[in-house]
Design a protein around this ligand. Structure first.
Ligand SMILES: *Cc1c(COP(=O)(O)O)cnc(C)c1O
Length: 393
């Protein structure tokens, strides 16, 4: 591999670019995770991370990927054979469903077209029909990273309340936390699953479960065995800032810095920035004459946009041309939309000029790959970013 001058553009929707401040914060000797200094850091991080989830309750931090945090949510609260309701919003919802089935859970998986989010009406209908309360959990992906569709979690919660059903609500916020507005407590979520490498701007390796009192109560008598994932051992040790086994120490240094950065910018501003970058992206796509996979404007994701390529074009060929010529990685189509879409990540440590570089790379790539399209997408995005610029003029 020969040296490529300039920065690689990593515009996949996670792992996202890790800012220099976080890299510097992690570049520090690994310390004794049983020593007094670590306990202080642990307490600071465990308190700080609650704010991002919008909770006053426990947040468990695992040395794991997001998939591990999915598993932790299920094995800490449910029992083999329990019924759970899940929604096929895309590839990540499908993977969570497969994980649940491997554990012997009975999943009712509601079909989806990969272009829409969770239908709250259907949530209410399914729960109302379950008068014996055999459904123990309703699981949804907040931001479906394979499609660029964000489901409305507050509305889904209202639907569960309208049905008067006691099932736990479990939400995957793996690609939304720190990028989209999210409120674990206010929205009555029982378990929020997340991880480090998307909106939190960290490398992969931390998994999270934010938990409600109700979920914690269920964990005291549920039927699954677990050891590594056990919440109780975590909560006991976390009280003094420690962990039951070796935590991902250097990632925690990074998390401490990420929390500072989100706090300095202000979460509201972080969310507004993501919304603005996403809108500029969609304007470019529209000008190119291409279609966004998400069909409902209320569900457009501000984290990523999945772009459909015209029939007869292989989206992965376009991605390959862009990588070879301009050293930019775009997200591949996953599962059912393989070859049909490419995904532009506009999340995390990202600003106007990162977006302009990204969109310019796409527009040039569309030409080089002979994709039928119109020019001028970058211009439309520039016009929007200029109109909505917030700095002093
Ligand atoms: C990335 C992602 C996952 C998987 O996370 P891993 O860290 O790869 O295990 C799950 N759900 C969503 C929505 C994701 O974006």
């Amino acid at each position: 591999m020969s040296y490529k001058s300039g920065r690689h553009f990593l515009q996949i929707p996670g792992p996202s670019n890790v800012p220099d401040r976080i890299l510097r914060a992690m570049d520090y000797p690994t310390m004794d995770h049983r020593g007094p200094d670590f306990g202080e850091i642990g307490l600071e991080i465990l308190a700080g991370v609650k704010k991002v989830f919008g909770t006053d309750n426990h947040v468990i931090v695992y040395p794991s990927s997001g998939t591990g945090a999915w598993e932790a949510a299920l094995v800490n609260t449910l029992s083999p054979g329990d019924k759970v309701l899940m929604f096929e919003t895309g590839q990540f919802a499908t993977l969570w469903q497969e994980l649940a089935e491997k554990h012997g859970l009975e999943v009712e998986f509601i079909d989806g077209d990969w272009r829409h989010g969770v239908d709250a009406g259907l949530v209410e209908e399914k729960l109302k029909a379950d008068s014996g309360h055999s459904i123990k959990a309703v699981c949804m992906v907040h931001n479906e990273t394979s499609t660029g569709v964000a489901s409305n979690i507050a509305t889904a919660r209202q639907a569960m309340d309208a049905a008067g059903h006691p099932a736990l609500l479990m939400i995957d916020t793996i690609s939304s936390l720190g990028s989209l507005d999210y409120r674990h407590d206010d929205w009555g979520v029982d378990i929020t699953v997340s991880c480090s490498q998307k909106g939190l701007m960290l490398p992969p390796g931390l998994g999270f479960n934010a938990i409600s009192d109700k979920a914690l109560e269920m964990s005291k008598s549920n039927g699954f065995t677990r050891s590594y994932w056990d919440w109780q051992a975590m909560i006991t040790n976390n009280a003094s800032g420690f962990f039951p086994y070796t935590p991902a120490t250097n990632l925690l240094y990074g998390l401490r810095e990420a929390l500072k950065m989100l706090d300095e910018e202000g979460l509201e501003n972080v969310f507004a920035r993501h919304d603005r970058m996403a809108e500029a992206t969609r304007r470019a796509i529209q000008a190119w004459g291409l279609e966004v996979l998400c069909q409902n404007p209320d569900e457009y994701s501000s984290v990523l946009t999945a772009v459909m390529v015209p029939d007869g074009v292989d989206a992965d060929h376009v991605r390959g041309v862009i990588l070879d010529n301009f050293d930019m990685s775009l997200g591949t189509g996953l599962g059912k939309v393989k070859g049909k879409v490419f995904r532009i990540g506009h999340l995390g440590d990202f600003n106007e000029l990162t977006l302009m570089g990204t969109l310019a790379g796409v527009e040039m790539g569309l030409s080089l790959a002979d994709v039928p399209h119109q020019k001028g997408g970058v211009d439309k995005a520039m016009a929007y970013l200029t109109e909505t610029a917030g700095g002093a003029s």
